[in-house]
Design a protein around this ligand. Sequence first.
Ligand SMILES: C[S@@+](CC[C@H](N)C(=O)[O-])C[C@H]1O[C@@H](n2cnc3c(N)ncnc32)[C@H](O)[C@@H]1O
Length: 310
Amino acid sequence: MQAVRERLTKEEEQSAPNRSSWTIREALDWTTQYFRQAGIANSRFEAEELLAHALKSSRLTLYVNPTRVLDPEESVHFRELIQKRKAGTPSAYLVGDVDFVNVRLRVNPHVLIPRAETEELVERILNDFNARGHQQHEAVALLDLGTGSGAIAIALLKSWPAAQAVAVDISADALDIAQENALANGVAERITLLLSDWAAAVTGIFDLVVANPPYIPTEELEGLSNEVTDHEPRLALDGGLRGTREIERLLQQVPHILKPGGFLYLEIGYNQGEAVHNLLSKSCSFSEWEVFPDLAGRDRMIRAIRTKEE
Ligand SMILES: C[S@@+](CC[C@H](N)C(=O)[O-])C[C@H]1O[C@@H](n2cnc3c(N)ncnc32)[C@H](O)[C@@H]1O
């Protein structure tokens, strides 16, 4: 990848149309090609996201007037975005927000950029609750451990208008973003944000506990792209030697705050199904559990039910 990036020489950059006279279509076509050569996946989508941001408009409006010429200020801004993206900064941090399930979330380098796999986790929870006859206006007390941008808690609150959430993180900077997102999405009155080492500072009993903890084995972190390791918070990624260090800690704490018969959902690493299954087998606090794959067919989430008391 690095070699490909290095092949993109100054001459290639200069072969771009004179940026002061770019039309929207030219800017998109050139940038898509440039990103593709730089090994950036989804090059068209990323070009659209960045251009829409530079023009302070939406991706859709780019296609309404493709022959509009960028003004000099827009060109300079877009060029800066292209260079930062090529140097490895994720588009979401450049644009400053992302779509997640049913909400738009602000993100910055203090929080993980919410992933498609986590959208799958939220969709599974919503589908499971629907399948069990959950009514939209029923009260649900939910706890989101390691909330980051607030993604999981805010998406669930948005879907369940009578639910209340406690959302916890060990990063005060992450909680600031979660607070902004809760306000922007109209759920601030139904969420309590708490600085806590997992559930250590949490009081109360919950119907549902959800967590997407850091689960990447420390050694595997080095193998991830620089885009992730240089820009996203290590605290959100590093799961210790085998990747399950924080999951083990969570599983010890959750029984104290999950009601009997309540549900725990965890996002896990692609090869951690068996390890987490074994951890649950050793605990007498959970009676049923199941590992679910993501759309790519890899282990990705686990659902466990708290043992009912006799
Ligand atoms: C993988 S990120 C998930 C963020 C968000 N829930 C999402 O799905 O996009 C893990 C989050 O857990 C937080 N975290 C890490 N260790 C923690 C701990 N001991 N207690 C509470 N939160 C922790 C990190 O700061 C980070 O925000």
